[in-house]
Ligand binder design. Structure first.
Ligand SMILES: [Zn+2]
Length: 434
């Protein structure tokens, strides 16, 4: 048995424990209590032990896509990424995904819900010991074609799959996937992730067939006058296996439809802000009883995988939207980023809180040198004062998967920046057909 102790243990289910300790055995949590009860074991002074964060929406394969198309509206931003992504192959994509997975572990993240274009994220998570559901992306109008895309990607990721790294499917979004594709994805009986109501551009296309999406219309499904949520709800294509990223531009009726079908939401406030999409109605989503987690989204739209930055944005955007400092507490944000994400991904029986019997997925965060010690509110200290630089260790299944300074970052970043260099090269002019 291994014992870890710190100034505070924040189990998330249960009150914070001053001078707390966690006992681990065989990859699971054996006990949570005080040092007086469990002993000191390995001691972390000036630190808090928290459940590993559940990053509910990532695109690890875009870890070096920083600022591509920055400042463009959603549709041309998306087109920039699609065009550049075609410039690299599998080897480069794997190198990028490894960097992304390492950055998540270094930020105290122990589980990701990753929307994966290529499947490389599954190999990266398996190699680095990061728990994941890797949702393999499919696109188009043709259901059989989408299932073929899924099967081909599944063949590539199969060697990486385990109890820790599982495969799901991701019909990308209602503007790139038909209702038939969504129904075919549900019939695969694996976890499902999608993107709903992220931008006004999306709604302009789906509802009226107009707006900035028109130039990429060959990639889109034909509009039928409804938002994706309404269209899919009417077709019976929403259920509790579906995790929907964003849900920024949702009206009360759509929130009710999501709640009725128990669709979970991955809230990504930094991505939504930086892309100019808006602020999701987090209070309304929670009030409707939806399962809500927090995702960074990909580096294609946010500057970092620093999960603490995301949690601060969760608090800040909720308070700014409601003009109410009491709208969301740091403890609420911490719960959304751990247990909330685990519930959203359907993993709450196994992870998301420090409770005996659950997987020993946790992070040790030092607050030494921040303005939050001496301690007053430990959740506020972790959420406001934490950062990737302050994560001392991240454990998955009781195994240390990251220790501060422990990764060979130069190898990870060298390979990934070579891939970024290729992404930045202009494609040669296409030869004229003869
Ligand atoms: Zn996404």
């Amino acid at each position: 048995m291994t014992i870890l102790s710190a100034d505070w243990v924040l189990p998330v289910e249960g009150a914070p424990i001053a001078n707390g300790a966690v006992a681990l055995r065989d990859g699971r949590i054996e006990a949570v209590g005080t040092v007086a009860e469990l002993g000191e074991g390995q001691r972390f002074d000036g630190a808090a032990i928290v459940p590993g964060f559940v990053n509910a929406h990532t695109h690890l394969e875009y870890a070096v896509y920083a600022a591509f198309g920055d400042g463009l509206s959603f549709a041309p931003w998306l087109a920039t990424h699609i065009e550049r992504k075609a410039r690299i192959g599998r080897e480069e994509t794997e190198a990028i995904a490894r960097l992304g997975a390492a950055q998540c572990l270094a930020s105290g993240v122990t589980t990701v819900g990753d929307a994966s274009f290529a499947g490389a994220a599954a190999h990266a998570c398996s190699d680095l010991g990061l728990r994941a559901i890797v949702y393999l992306e499919v696109f188009g109008s043709d259901a059989d074609g989408a299932v073929e895309q899924f099967r081909a990607k599944l063949d590539y990721v199969r060697p990486a799959l385990s109890e820790r790294v599982r495969a799901g499917v991701s019909p990308h979004a209602p503007y790139t996937c038909s209702t038939a594709v969504y129904l075919a994805c549900l019939a695969l009986d694996v976890p499902v992730m999608t993107h709903f109501n992220e931008s006004q551009d999306e709604l302009d296309w789906l509802v009226r067939g107009e707006g900035p999406m028109q130039p990429v219309r060959e990639l889109l499904v034909e509009p039928d006058g409804q938002t994706g949520i309404r269209r899919l709800a009417a077709a019976g294509a929403l259920d509790a296996r579906v995790v929907a990223a964003h849900c920024v531009k949702v009206d009360p009726d759509e929130i009710e439809l999501l709640a009725r079908h128990d669709v979970a939401v991955a809230h990504c406030p930094r991505s939504n802000a930086i892309l100019g999409c808006g602020v999701a109605p987090l209070a309304e989503l929670r009030a409707a009883g939806l399962r809500v987690g927090v995702g960074t989204d990909g580096i294609s739209s946010v500057p970092s995988h620093d999960y603490f930055e995301e949690l601060r944005a969760v608090v800040g955007s909720a308070r700014a939207r409601s003009e109410d400092a009491g709208a969301l507490s740091p403890a609420d944000a911490l719960e959304l980023g751990t247990l909330g994400g685990a519930r959203a991904l359907g993993l709450a029986d196994e992870v998301g809180s420090l409770v005996p019997g659950k997987r020993a997925d946790l992070a040790v965060v030092t607050l030494a040198g921040t303005p939050y010690v001496p301690w007053e509110d430990p959740a506020a200290a972790v959420v406001y004062g934490g950062g990737s630089q302050q994560v001392l260790a991240t454990l998955v299944d009781g195994e240390v998967r990251y220790e501060r300074g422990g990764f060979r970052w130069h190898e990870l970043t060298d390979a990934a920046s070579r891939a970024r260099n290729l992404l930045l090269q202009e494609a040669p002019a296409r030869a004229q057909p003869r």
